[in-house]
Design a protein around this ligand. Structure first.
Ligand code: MLT
Length: 266
C-alpha cells in the first residue's frame, strides 16, 4: 500500500509491502520509490519492505533550498516512528546510502544491517564540489537536458541498449523531479561530511554492492572502503554501472535477501 506521513508540515510518500522483518529501501538522486518496484515485489515475499520518496523527489515536496543528508534522515525517522517500526535493515542507493549513513550515525540501535548500494562514506572531493556548483547552474538553465545527459551515464555502456526500457523509466522519474528538488539535493550532497568513522565503528554487518563499470563511484575506491567495517559483505557486479537494481536485478535481489536473512538470523 501507499501511505503518507507528515514531516515538517509536508506529506512524505511511502510504500509498504509484505509482512515480517523490515527492509527499508532509499532511492538515489533524481529517483523515487518506484525504482524499487521490482525489488520490493521480490523481497516482500519474505520481508516487510518500506520505501520512501526522499525530500524533493517523487511525490514528496521540497521543504527548503538545501536538503542535507541529515534532514532526509530525519524525514526517514519520522516515517519509521509513525509506522512504529523500531528495527530494520536499511539499504540506500547512492544518495540514499549517504542518507542511510546519516541515519545510522544518529540512530544505530534501530539498524539490523546496513547496505550501501553503489554508495560511499566519503565526502565530495574538491573537484566534485566544483562539479556540483556547475551542475546547479546547468539544472537552472536546462533541467531536461541535464537529465537526458545524466541518466544514460549511470548505466554501463553495453547495458544502455539492453536496458532500454529501464533507461526510459529512470529518465521519466528523473524528469519528474522539480528544479528545486534537484538543486536542493545537489547542495545537500555537496555539504555532506565523511562517514568513514561511522563505518569503522559499525556494530552491524555492512553490505557493499559495487558496480565494476560505475562511472560515478569508482569500484576500486569502494572496495577499499569495504575494508573499514568489522563485518563487511562485498558483492562486485562485473557487468553493472551505477544502477545494479536494473542492470543485475537477480544478483542484487539475492544479495540483499541473503544479507537481510543473515542480519535477522533467519
Ligand atoms: C546518485 O545516484 O544518488 C548520485 O549520483 C550520487 C552522487 O552524485 O554523489
Amino acid at each position: 500500500m501507499i501511505g503518507h506521513v507528515t514531516f515538517k508540515n509536508s506529506s512524505v510518500r511511502y510504500s509498504d509491502k509484505g509482512k515480517g522483518n523490515v527492509i527499508v529501501l532509499l532511492h538515489g538522486f533524481l529517483e523515487s520509490l518506484h525504482i524499487w518496484d521490482n525489488f520490493s515485489d521480490c523481497l516482500s515475499k519474505q520481508f516487510r519492505v518500506i520505501s520512501i520518496d526522499l525530500l524533493g523527489h517523487g511525490e514528496t515536496p521540497c521543504i527548503g533550498y538545501i536538503h542535507t543528508m541529515e534532514l532526509m534522515a530525519e524525514c526517514l525517522k519520522s516515517v519509521m516512528d509513525s509506522l512504529d517500526i523500531k528495527k530494520f535493515v536499511l539499504a540506500g542507493h547512492s544518495m540514499g546510502g549517504y542518507v542511510a549513513l546519516s541515519f545510522y550515525e544518529k540512530y544505530p540501535h534501530q539498524i539490523a544491517g546496513l547496505c550501501l548500494f553503489h554508495s560511499t562514506a566519503m565526502p565530495d572531493s574538491e573537484k566534485r564540489k566544483i562539479d556540483r556548483d556547475r551542475m546547479v547552474l546547468v539544472v537552472k538553465q536546462n533541467r531536461r537536458q541535464f537529465v537526458s545527459d545524466l541518466i544514460p551515464k549511470l548505466f554501463a555502456k553495453e547495458n544502455i541498449s539492453k536496458n532500454k526500457n529501464d533507461v526510459t523509466v529512470a529518465k521519466q522519474i528523473a524528469m519528474n523531479t522539480s528544479k528545486q528538488g534537484t538543486v536542493a539535493a545537489l547542495k545537500g550532497m555537496k555539504e555532506r561530511s565523511s562517514k568513514e568513522l561511522v563505518l569503522k565503528n559499525a556494530v552491524n554487518s555492512v553490505l557493499f554492492i559495487i558496480g565494476k563499470k560505475d562511472v560515478i563511484l569508482a569500484w576500486e575506491n569502494l572496495l577499499l572502503l569495504a575494508t573499514l567495517p568489522k563485518q563487511p559483505v562485498t558483492v562486485v557486479l562485473e557487468n553493472a554501472g551505477h544502477m545494479g537494481f536494473y542492470e543485475a536485478p537477480d544478483e542484487t535481489v539475492a544479495a540483499l535477501e541473503n544479507f537481510a536473512r543473515t542480519c535477522y538470523s533467519l
